[in-house]
Design a protein. Structure first.
Length: 600
């Protein structure tokens, strides 16, 4: 089971043959001073895998300018104290700075007053706050909540939870094939029973920009409240909550060049006074007795406990930075960059862009279909060249189902990205696709053995522990995580191709970033032994499957259940190699195996 020299992903080498020159930052032909902007973000001068970092995952989080980093540092160096409670000067200074940040946010989104700005941990908590409040005081059985097919899970799940406890009904606005909302269908869904319309301003998965003004107007005509998820919008365009007319608007600092762990909920005063507190504790109370508690006025009513003071101050610094740089000019530059990137990516062989809305923002999601390359494999191949993109369902599983794809690769852009980076991305993708197309198919064909048409592997050793020792020897010899990744890809070449057959025979294993199908049975010769066969559409996951089959297939059920798999993965170093999402996927496969073993 030793590691063999071989091409990455059947032709995609660890560092591509004849590597493309890394991008050189040059000034845009337009007026936007992209070189100066980039110089103000320290991380953009770093490297990834020994190559210049090309950061194209801004939809997940934006990088931070030195001004934001310095603002947080200076708070901890010169102002650190708890707020609102202390009578001493340091506490008063910290309170002034924090409330100054609230004022700055209020002006940034054009709230009517500072008290309409609630600080939270992020967009997700902001939406949960509103959904929980509606569940407690507004919604009742038969009421309706409208969301859209474009929503992030954070704007779906809280409303499902609210519907479950109240008997309300969740309705969904469909999209067309371009990824645009069917506004005619939205109008039909609205009724006197509609209590909430919750919609994204800019889709994190497709980049679609929704007409939130029209959405709000139509909802208010039927007496419904409107919540806008602005997480992807606020860093790229001006935000005016009064012009939109929404009742609530939610966004996160970390997607606005600010710190993580800070979010904003704008709410109209009339609504915020009506909704109950989200959490109880310090700073949100007026008086407390064992008989009754009264609550503090806005905004403190919704801000229990010590907040992320430094984060709020960092958010204010991010807003200052963005406005000083020029939000309108940045938006114009990004629009040109997205147009340029779309043209370049469409020229990559076999690549298809999902989401072609007429009004589109800073996101391009795509799949490679000819030859087919799983988004997980594509993201890993790009990462090895220093390009950071996001792969998976982007917390939009219903949207992926509507598009009939398991996942996409997403490049999301910010004001510091360049045409040179786009060129490098397109050239690298072309290299990857060409290498995969030219590579021979080294995957073994399955050996049919029974009525299912698949062969179930028998035991690779006398026990999982014995097999684990052999595998551990290989991984301990390899050393670094890249070599371990190569080993998993070598394992993938040994796994018979059963994907299409298993897809017809069984259901997909949930929780995996890739498409994984697993079929198990008691051994025909010993009913206490478990045999299973599995396959996936991503090569790295196929390697994990091959390792799991070596460990567990054909083994006694009691030995499978007794094996400490977490200790084993720690020993071979996979906990440092796998992302959290891929650890979850591996965990889902192991749980499916253990569940089958328990039944024997």
């Amino acid at each position: 089971m030793g590691r063999r020299a071989g091409d990455y992903n059947h032709g995609m080498s660890r560092s591509l043959d004849n590597p493309i020159d890394p991008p050189k930052v040059t000034a845009s032909a337009k007026a936007w001073p992209v070189e100066r902007i980039r110089a103000e973000f320290p991380i953009l001068a770093t490297q990834s895998h020994g190559r210049p970092l090309v950061y194209l995952d801004n939809g997940a989080t934006t990088q931070k300018p030195q001004a934001v980093i310095q603002a947080e540092l200076e708070f901890y160096r010169t102002q650190n104290a708890n707020i609102h409670r202390g009578v001493y000067e340091l506490s008063q200074d910290a309170t002034t700075a924090y409330e100054g940040a609230r004022h700055k946010v209020a002006k940034f989104v054009n709230a009517a007053e500072d008290a309409e700005i609630i600080f939270t941990r992020g967009t997700t908590e902001s939406i949960n706050l509103v959904a929980a409040g509606f569940a407690r005081t507004v919604l009742k059985a038969g009421d309706e909540i409208i969301v859209t097919a474009l929503e992030h899970h954070s704007n779906i799940v809280p409303w499902q939870m609210a519907a479950e406890v109240t008997g309300a009904i969740l309705k969904v606005v469909p999209i067309n094939d371009a990824g645009e909302l069917r506004m005619d269908e939205y109008a039909k869904l609205l009724s006197d029973r509609t209590k909430m319309v919750a919609v994204t301003h800019l889709s994190n998965a497709l980049g679609t920009i929704n007409d939130v003004n029209k959405i709000a107007t139509l909802a208010h005509e039927r007496g419904a409240a409107v919540l806008i998820d602005g997480a992807q919008w606020v860093a790229h365009h001006h935000t005016d909550v009064q012009a939109i007319g929404c009742d609530f608007y939610a966004f996160s600092s970390h997607k606005l060049y600010g710190p993580t762990g800070v979010g904003v909920l704008y709410g109209k005063r009339s609504w915020l006074e009506k909704l109950p507190p989200y959490q109880g504790g310090g700073d949100m109370i007026e008086t407390v007795s064992f008989e009754k508690t009264t609550y503090a006025p806005l905004p403190n009513k919704f801000e229990a406990g010590t907040p992320n003071i430094a984060g709020g101050i960092g958010l204010a610094a991010a807003i200052d930075y963005l406005l000083a740089a020029g939000l309108d000019a940045a938006a114009a530059y990004e629009r040109e960059l997205i147009t340029y990137a779309t043209e370049k990516l469409l020229a990559v062989p076999g690549l298809r862009i999902l989401g072609t809305a007429r009004e589109k923002g800073s996101v391009i999601s795509f799949v490679v279909e000819n030859p087919p390359i799983a988004s997980l494999d594509l993201g890993m191949a790009l990462d090895r060249e220093g390009i950071a993109v996001r792969t998976g369902h982007h917390c939009c599983m219903p949207l992926m189902a509507r598009l009939s794809v398991p996942s996409t690769t997403r490049a999301s852009f910010a004001m510091y990205n360049t045409e040179a980076e786009v060129d490098f991305l397109a050239a690298t993708l072309t290299k990857i696709v060409t290498a995969r197309a030219a590579a021979p198919n080294a995957v073994p064909a399955p050996a049919a053995s029974n009525g299912t048409g698949v062969a179930f592997p028998t035991s690779a050793g006398e026990s999982p522990d014995a097999v684990a020792e052999e595998i551990a020897e290989v991984f301990e010899f390899l050393g670094d995580k890249e070599a371990k990744g190569e080993q998993l890809l070598d394992y993938a070449k040994e796994l018979p191709s059963n994907f299409d057959l298993l897809k017809r025979l069984t259901e997909r294993v949930p929780g995996c970033q890739a498409q994984v199908y697993l079929l198990s049975r008691p051994s025909p010769t010993d009913a206490k032994r478990l045999e299973f066969v599995a396959d996936a559409d991503a090569q790295i996951v196929r390697g994990e499957i091959q390792m799991l089959q070596q460990l567990f297939s054909g083994q006694q059920a009691k030995d499978i259940l007794a094996f400490d798999v977490n200790k084993f993965f720690t020993r071979i170093g996979l906990e440092h190699f796998l992302s959290q999402q891929r650890r979850n996927g591996l965990g889902s496969m192991i749980e499916r195996i253990r569940t089958s073993a328990k039944k024997l």
